[in-house]
Design a protein around this ligand. Structure first.
Ligand SMILES: C[S@@+](CC[C@H](N)C(=O)[O-])C[C@H]1O[C@@H](n2cnc3c(N)ncnc32)[C@H](O)[C@@H]1O
Length: 307
């Protein structure tokens, strides 16, 4: 109990240092200026977040996508703290309205998008070729701030994306962000649930994160996305499941977060069963630390032409 509360103190110190100039000075190798900054840093050294090099220079001990940008780090941690506070007061918000939280989730999505572009897409025949030749249409379910659609449109010139979301707040942030981006004109944002998607054979790639969708939306969504994909094209679905070698605390944290986010924990096996029930074939997976990616294909031969 006492240890956990100390960790809250450490997290608070990290957010303060990030939000008030100290973290930027650490990254630049400059000395901290105020007594409170130095006290925050001492706590972070003792907690193993920072380490002191020869000559007293401070540096982060490990790598994290948020560390490079103090603003991101501050917003991300404050959002996590607020979410913990909402949970503590039994006020979990399945569709977040807190702009810091929406932005923090978008930032987390940027690193996922790079994994998608660099490690996953090369494994997906047909879809890969359409992305490479710039003719693909990408469906981003739960587009949030638009980070994934933006990264893919930047990496694959010419492709177009449609982003669906039920959150007016997230879509407003996405609209503002994308207006300032060079790929904004290639991304269409729609306030629409995936359960209301009625297009057929319109997309070459779909992304639908299970952790954010309640079970009924997920199951209906899989049917809709299957119909909306072109034959031979792929859905990539992150699934909330801990890696087989994760610690008990890591597993409990993944399952807890999945429940709070709305989708609940789900095994890769169950995800595969749901995908096959929706008509997908060639189900594959790529196990990750906190979430695993499941890839599934719409058959290259449509049921009608095969009959
Ligand atoms: C937090 S975002 C994920 C981050 C996002 N990739 C980004 O770049 O910011 C997940 C979104 O799924 C949305 N969502 C939940 N249920 C949905 C549904 N049935 N259809 C479409 N979007 C949904 C939520 O409103 C939320 O904004």
């Amino acid at each position: 109990m006492i240890d956990s509360l100390r960790q809250v103190q450490v997290v608070g110190a990290l957010a303060r240092l990030a939000g008030h100039g100290g973290w930027a000075r650490v990254l630049a190798g400059q000395p901290l200026e105020t007594e409170l900054d130095r006290a925050d840093a001492r706590l972070l050294v003792a907690a193993g977040v920072l380490r002191e090099r020869d000559g007293g220079r401070l540096e982060p001990v490990d790598l994290h996508p948020w560390y490079d940008d103090p603003q991101t780090l501050a917003c991300g941690i404050v959002a996590e703290l607020r979410r913990a506070l909402m949970h503590a007061t039994d006020c979990d918000d399945l569709i977040p309205a807190d702009p810091d939280e929406i932005v923090a989730m978008g930032i987390a999505s940027r690193s996922v998008a790079s994994i998608l572009a660099d490690a996953v897409l090369p494994m997906l025949p047909v879809t890969r070729d359409r992305l490479d030749d710039g003719t693909a249409r990408f469906l981003d379910v739960g587009v949030g701030t638009g980070a994934i659609a933006q990264v893919l449109c930047e990496e694959f010139p010419g492709i177009e994306a449609v982003g669906l979301d039920v959150s007016v707040d997230a879509l407003a942030i996405a609209k503002e962000r994308l207006a300032g981006s060079r790929v904004g004109e290639r991304i269409e944002l729609r306030q629409q649930s995936v359960t209301e998607l009625h297009e057929e054979c319109a997309y070459d790639l779909a992304w639908m994160p299970q952790i954010f969708l309640c079970r009924t939306d997920l199951e209906q969504g899989l049917d809709r996305v299957h119909t909306a994909l072109k034959p031979g094209c792929w859905l990539v679905m992150p699934v909330a499941t801990g890696a087989s070698d994760c610690t008990e605390l890591e597993r409990a944290a993944v399952e807890h977060e999945a429940l709070v986010r709305g989708g609940g924990p789900m095994s890769v096996e169950l995800a595969g069963d749901l995908l096959r029930q929706a008509g997908f074939t060639e189900v594959r997976d790529m196990l990750g630390v906190a979430q695993s990616l499941v890839m599934a294909r719409k058959s290259p031969v449509s049921a009608v032409s095969a009959a």
